[in-house]
Design a protein around this ligand. Structure first.
Ligand code: SR1
Ligand code: MG
Length: 425
């Protein structure tokens, strides 16, 4: 609708959405007559409004940014432009990892809204991990998403002019990047105003972590890497709340934190949230040990995901390396395939080391900072929750500080099991 297009930004409501978006072809042709639309607001994230709109013919999701952080309120303003970055990142993800993101139907930058596919019967992965549901395709889909989105957004693949323009475009996503820089890398390590943790159960342990010099220094090394290493276009917030699943389908949503940064960051967010889901299981079992097999399945997802990621990345390295880095003219065209494989090995090794460190700080911030996770928050018994959280904090500390000398996922998972079994936290 023209008047809507040129109207000043105003948040939608359940009551006014059908009227305001009645003339939008993207909705009308999919849903049918606006008089039939049923509207629900279902946003349970930290930032935005999310409406499900169902009509006589079909359905869609309308996501709209609010001019402030929903979790905190209007005392924390946040630019509407994040919707523009999200729409742009969604476009790139759709092109780079087809079928693994929701389809976008319509974008309105002025109203900071995106109309997209309603994924049904999908649920947020976090909820599935609390329910104890197994997703057979999950590991492969996530491994593919990571490899394709990270490789194809980098100087390994993109024409340099295009990549530099893209780097400049996303560099403007300053405020969301600032949230990550503070909430992930700094706030957990001192008594920042909006921090909270399970208290008093974790008080002593938290004080010990905040006094841990090695940990604090490593967290800042990681922040420096996040800020300076513009390796690829990141999703930027790829936790298990940014993945929607059924047993046969996986979609990655919500890339509003998209920014150029180190590849290991996206992999790390995901892995850290799976490790936290592992430690949260003991808060969700009726009898001790009841979820043993499920815990093991969570670890298998990461082993398989990492294997698929490496395999796909390797394939892309061999066949799609068209950017300015590690040129074929230096390697394959000189008959030196071994050197190219050596460079690939180094490249993957750097991602591995980065991912361990980023995963460590992600676990800390979800327990010590502002933004907590459903897996722990839904454990009603505070003593039990604290026990689960303390184990995750211990793993996080180990990964952050010792990341350069950890050789593989088997080593990490031996430690994860040991922490869980012997309560080594
Ligand atoms: C103030 S926003 C807090 C967190 O919610 C988002 O999902 C991001 O993870 C961010 O760090
Ligand atoms: Mg989000």
């Amino acid at each position: 609708m023209d008047s809507e297009k040129h109207a000043a930004y105003a948040p939608l409501t359940v009551e006014n959405l059908s009227k305001r978006l009645a003339d939008l072809p993207a909705l009308k042709c999919r849903l049918g007559a606006p008089q039939t639309w049923r509207v629900r607001e279902v946003g349970d994230g930290n930032l935005n409004l999310v409406f499900i709109v169902e009509g006589g013919k079909g359905s869609a999701v309308v996501k709209q940014a609010l001019p402030y952080v929903r979790l905190v309120g209007d005392s924390w303003p946040l630019p509407l432009k994040r919707s523009f970055f999200e729409a742009n990142a969604l476009k790139r993800h759709e092109a780079r990892a087809p079928g693994l993101v929701p389809e976008t139907y319509h974008i309105d930058d002025a109203q900071a809204l995106i109309v997209m596919e309603y994924l049904s019967p999908h649920i947020i992965l976090r909820k599935g991990l609390v329910a104890g549901t197994v997703y057979p395709k999950l590991a492969g889909d996530l491994g593919r998403f990571l490899a394709h989105s990270l490789f194809k957004g980098s100087d390994l693949h993109m024409p340099t002019r295009e990549r530099k323009a893209d780097l400049a475009l996303f560099a403007d996503n300053v405020e969301l990047c600032d949230i990550t820089e503070n909430l992930v890398f700094s706030d957990p390590y001192f008594g920042a105003k909006l921090n909270r943790h399970t208290s008093p159960q974790l008080d002593l342990y938290v004080a010990k972590l905040r006094a841990d010099r090695d940990l604090k220094v490593e967290a800042q090394h990681l922040k420096a890497a996040f800020a300076a290493n513009a390796q690829t276009l990141l999703h930027g917030d790829l936790h298990t709340g940014s993945v929607m699943v059924t047993e046969s389908d996986t979609r990655v949503i919500d890339p509003e934190f998209a920014i150029y940064g180190p590849m290991g960051f996206d992999v790390a967010m995901l892995f850290a949230n799976f490790w936290m889901a592992y430690f949260a299981q003991c808060g969700h079992e009726a009898k001790p040990g009841e979820r043993h097999d499920y815990r093991e399945w969570i670890l298998t997802v990461l082993v398989d995901c990492w294997q698929v990621f490496r395999r796909e990345f390797t394939l892309l390295w061999r066949t799609e390396r068209k950017g300015i880095l590690y040129e074929h003219s230096l390697f394959e065209e000189q008959g030196d395939v071994i050197a190219s494989e050596q460079a690939l090995h180094h490249y993957l090794h750097d991602i591995w080391n980065d991912l361990l460190g980023f995963a460590g700080v992600e676990m800390h911030r979800r327990i010590l900072g502002l933004a907590h996770i459903h897996e722990f928050e839904s454990i009603g018994d505070a003593d039990r929750r604290a026990l689960c959280e303390r184990r995750a904090l211990a793993l996080g500390r180990h990964l952050t500080v010792n990341r350069r000398s950890i050789n593989g996922l088997d080593d990490v998972h031996d430690l994860v099991r040991k922490i869980e079994r012997d309560d080594l936290a």
